[in-house]
Every structure is written in structure tokens, then in C-alpha cells.
Write a protein that binds this ligand. Structure first.
Ligand code: ADP
Length: 471
């Protein structure tokens, strides 16, 4: 009894323990001295008292219970799983006088079994095909998803060579994969094609890892295959749509170019005719109407020019006439013209430094006009706008500062995108979201930078930089 690895205990019907071997001491933590004459309930969890009663009544009837799995508790309160064999003890006359119990600790075994079962459940519930094979390519396991993906049942493929799902023109891949596995290398996300039982092609992404035995020797490979047919299909569709979209976008750009071009000719004639008309009716009471009309025609003219510029930018036809020019002179000229149209004072900061720049003066002039136009438009009622030009290393930086409505932080980088306007402005400020886009294209074609700093309801400062002239 004492050399046994199983706990062997005998007890009376009332539960009094009669004997308790060494394995019982190890298993339950009580010494024989502590256990003998004590009641067996010391190792039975309360919720299992009823079960114990049932077992006793069966044994009383002469029954023997074999490998009954249940739970017991140890001296320090831990619960352990045991397999119980319970037999009656008879006296010399054959009367049942007690019970003998043999308990085997199966906690470790249970954990291993549970782990095994959990792993098996994970493998089987996976949406990815999980397959294992020997180093010779013989399939050794095949989960549900593999059946779903390739159409073969487990029984049909176990023991077969993996080549049954490999297209003939890709058989070399298997040699490469096994070669890698033999040298302990893992293959990850390898995109390839396999063949299902019904001949269907399955696009998969494959991850293959070596399987090692207890001694670390590589004995096979595990494959995880993800069906990427849908993804590839979507990718194809996306490409198709992108191409279509690009084509449509091209049509739109072409249409915009054509429409602005066609609009420009009649508008130029209207503008010239109105100019002549205005000259002829100097003292006429009706001349303010013509002036008003001319102003609107000017707006229309600017819009059409902007649209034409966009078309040129889109088709890469925006040509720059690069030369050295004095930024101060350009700023003075533009400010002089714009000042006539607004009560807001435009101040050009005095600076003594050299602000000779290198670029297309006319286009840079357009950028400055756009920035000043915005500064005026978006700061109604304010008193002044400050313009500055200074040299920083190899660049000339120009800034236009207003005290206007400001720009929300989240919009500040987007305002340079085509047609982008801060939301909620349209009812108060007319505009098309083109000016800053054209300006940023012009500046980037110069190899320069354009950016803005702004605080809501306080004002904005727009900056751009271009190369300083070398001389
Ligand atoms: P538009 O003024 O015709 O809408 P822009 O491309 O010139 O187009 O400007 C884009 C947007 O940037 C404007 O709609 C406005 O929301 C914002 N914005 C530009 N300049 C200023 C400024 N100085 N102050 C406040 N918001 C501005």
C-alpha cells in the first residue's frame, strides 16, 4: 500500500477513516496521524457530499465503482481532479464492513487533455485552412476550413501527398517551401494559387512553419492558408474603378478647359465694349450701372482665368518665366492697385534688407493678389492688413497678416486643396476654393513653400517662400 502512487484509503460507513497510505498523504496533505479516525469529509468539497452518499449506498449494495472522475480538496484548500475506484471491504463472513478507496490524481492529465482539446477546437474553428505534413509532403492533419477551402475531406487527404492541391506549374514552389522548412525557416504571407477538388483555383496567402519534435528536430511543416480570392477580386475591381475615375476626371478637366476657353472670348468682347460704353457716357446718370456691370464682368473674368489656370496645372502646361525681380517693387505695385478697392489700410513693412527674388514675377504677383484678396474678404470691418517681405537664408519669405475671422485648426492644411472652403462660410463670403489651390501650385512649381498660421476670430497670417536671387 505504501509504495503505491495512488492514494489508498479505507473507511467505515460513517466516514471514519481507518487507513491512509503515503500517497494519500502526498495527494491530500494530511498525514496518516491527522487523517485516521477523522471523517472522510475533510477531503470532500461540500457540494459533493450528496455524491459521496450515493457512492456509499452503491458500495453497501456490494457494487464496485471504477475510475469515477470527481473532485477532492486538499488540506490547503486546493481542489484536485481524481479518478476513484471504490470497493466494499468484507469480513471473513462476507459481510460488508467498510469501504476502500483508490484515488488517482488526474489534475495534470486533465490540464493536458483540456489544452489539447482547446487547441483542437481553435484549429477546427479557424477560417484559415490549417494543414500539417511531413518533410516528404505527406498530409498528416487537415482541419474543417481546409475541407471548405479545397473540397477534400480529412479522410480523403490524410496520407496523400500535398501535391494534390498544387497546380502542376507551381510544383517547384513545394520544393522551395520544404527546402526552407528543412533549414528551419518560416515562410510568411506567400501569395500563391492552389487547386480545389473541383478544379477551382483558390488564391491563398500561405504561412508555413517547421514542426519540431520534443528534441527540437524538424519533423514536418504546418501550413496556414488564407483564402484571398475575394481580396484579389476586390483589388481588381478597385483598379478598374480607379482607371475609370481617372478617365472621368480627365474628361472633366478637358471639359473645364474647353468651357473656360470658350467663355473667355465673348467675355473679353463684353468687357471691351462696356469699357468703350463707359467712356462714351462719362456724364451720363446711367454710368454707375455700367460700372457695376463691369465690376461683375471683372469677377467673371478672374474666375475664368482661374479655371484656365487650373486646367493648365492639371495638364502640366503651366509654364513659368523665371527671372530675378525685386519683391518690394512687386508688392508696392500690387498693394497700390488693391488699396483703391478697399477701406482697409494695407501696410507694407519697411525693410532695409535685400529682397530680390528669383521666379515668375507675374505668377508670384497672382499669389500675392490672391492672399491680399482673401485677407480683405475674410476680415470685414477690420482696420489694417500688414504685408512683409524678408530674406531667410536662401529664400525670400512674404507674409500677409490680417485681423479677420481666422481659420479653424482642422482646416488649416486643407484650404490649399482644390475647391476646399471652410464649411459654413458660403452664406457670408462668396468664393470658389480655387485661389489658394492655384497659389500653392504656383509656389510648389517654384520649389517654395506656402503655409498659414491662424487663430479663430483673431486673424490669419499667410506665408510663402521662394528662392532669393543669387546676385
Ligand atoms: P475662396 O476664398 O474663393 O473660397 P481660396 O482658395 O482663396 O478660395 O480659400 C480657400 C478657403 O480658405 C476659403 O474658402 C476660406 O475658408 C479660407 N481662407 C482663405 N484665406 C483666408 C483668410 N485670410 N482668413 C480666413 N479664412 C481664409
Amino acid at each position: 500500500m505504501n509504495s503505491s502512487d495512488d492514494a489508498i484509503i479505507s473507511k467505515k460507513f460513517d466516514g471514519t477513516i481507518i487507513s491512509w497510505n503515503e500517497a494519500a498523504e502526498r495527494m491530500f496533505g494530511y498525514t496518516a496521524y491527522e487523517a485516521v479516525n477523522n471523517n472522510i469529509s475533510i477531503i470532500i468539497p461540500e457540494e459533493l457530499y450528496e455524491e459521496e452518499k450515493e457512492i456509499i449506498s452503491k458500495v453497501k449494495n456490494g457494487e464496485r465503482i471504477k475510475h469515477y472522475e470527481t473532485i477532492r480538496k486538499t488540506k490547503d484548500g486546493n481542489r484536485i481532479s481524481i479518478a476513484l475506484t471504490v470497493s466494499p471491504i468484507n469480513d471473513s463472513n462476507g459481510n460488508i464492513i467498510g469501504i476502500s478507496k483508490i484515488a488517482r490524481d488526474i489534475s495534470g492529465q486533465n490540464i493536458a487533455e483540456e489544452k489539447q482539446a482547446t487547441l483542437a477546437a481553435i484549429v477546427n474553428s479557424s477560417d484559415d485552412a490549417i494543414i500539417s505534413k511531413t518533410l516528404f509532403g505527406i498530409i498528416t492533419s487537415w482541419n474543417h476550413a481546409a475541407t471548405k477551402m479545397f473540397g477534400y475531406t480529412e479522410d480523403e487527404v490524410i496520407g496523400k501527398h500535398i501535391s494534390i492541391i498544387i497546380p502542376p506549374d507551381r510544383i517547384d514552389e513545394e520544393t522551395m517551401i520544404i527546402g526552407n522548412i528543412r533549414s528551419g525557416k518560416k515562410i510568411q504571407h506567400f501569395e500563391t494559387v492552389r487547386i480545389a477538388k473541383d478544379g477551382r483555383k483558390v488564391n491563398i496567402s500561405l504561412t508555413v512553419s517547421p514542426i519540431r519534435n520534443k528534441d527540437g528536430k524538424i519533423i514536418g511543416a504546418s501550413k496556414i492558408a488564407r483564402d484571398i480570392t475575394e481580396r484579389i477580386e476586390l483589388e481588381k475591381q478597385r483598379l478598374l474603378y480607379t482607371e475609370k475615375l481617372q478617365q472621368l476626371n480627365k474628361y472633366k478637366d478637358e471639359f473645364m478647359a474647353m468651357a473656360s476657353h470658350e467663355l473667355k472670348t465673348p467675355l473679353t468682347i463684353i468687357k471691351a465694349t462696356l469699357g468703350i460704353l463707359l467712356l462714351k457716357m462719362q456724364e451720363d446718370d446711367n454710368s454707375p450701372f455700367v460700372q457695376k456691370t463691369l465690376k461683375q464682368v471683372d469677377k467673371l473674368d478672374k474666375l475664368i482665368n482661374d479655371l484656365l489656370d487650373i486646367s493648365k496645372i492639371q495638364s502640366g502646361k503651366l509654364e513659368l518665366k523665371l527671372a530675378d525681380f525685386d519683391m518690394n517693387i512687386l508688392l508696392k505695385e500690387i498693394i497700390g492697385n488693391i488699396q483703391l478697392t478697399t477701406p482697409i489700410r494695407i501696410i507694407l513693412k519697411e525693410n532695409n534688407g535685400q529682397v530680390s527674388a528669383y521666379g515668375d514675377m507675374e505668377r508670384i504677383g497672382l499669389v500675392i493678389t490672391n492672399l491680399l484678396g482673401n485677407a480683405i474678404k475674410y476680415s470685414p470691418g477690420s482696420k489694417e492688413i500688414v504685408v512683409d517681405a524678408f530674406r531667410a537664408d536662401d529664400a525670400i519669405i512674404v507674409s500677409v497678416k490680417d485681423n479677420g475671422i481666422g481659420i479653424p485648426q482642422e482646416d488649416i492644411t486643407n484650404i490649399f486643396s482644390r475647391f476646399y472652403r471652410v464649411s459654413g462660410l458660403s452664406s457670408t463670403f462668396s468664393g470658389s476654393g480655387i485661389g489658394l489651390y492655384i497659389s500653392s501650385e504656383i509656389i510648389s512649381r517654384h520649389g517654395g513653400k506656402i503655409w498659414a498660421e491662424s487663430e479663430l476670430n483673431k486673424g490669419s497670417t499667410f506665408y510663402f517662400s521662394i528662392r532669393a536671387s543669387i546676385i
